[in-house]
Design a protein around this ligand. Structure first.
Ligand SMILES: [Zn+2]
Length: 74
């Protein structure tokens, strides 16, 4: 899984605040993530994080595919 700093990821489990989106602040052996909903920060082992991530929201490859699928109309 290709995850970079600044990516927003959706986790399988919801945070108690109701948001399931997290911003990646640091990658390495552990990920530092900030809850988009409430700003709460956690450190989580990379393996654990990858297991819990449902999708990377601003994955450039995915955005590119979306852009190609929806040509701009004038
Ligand atoms: Zn939260």
């Amino acid at each position: 899984m290709d995850i970079r700093v600044g990516d927003i990821v959706k986790m399988k489990k919801q945070h108690p605040c109701g948001s399931s989106e997290w911003e990646i602040l640091r990658v390495g052996m552990d990920f530092r993530m900030r809850c988009v909903g409430c700003g709460h920060q956690i450190m989580i082992a990379r393996k654990q994080a990858e297991k819990n991530i449902r999708l990377v929201v601003n994955d450039p490859e995915r955005l590119k595919k979306q852009a190609e699928a929806k040509p701009v109309q004038e």
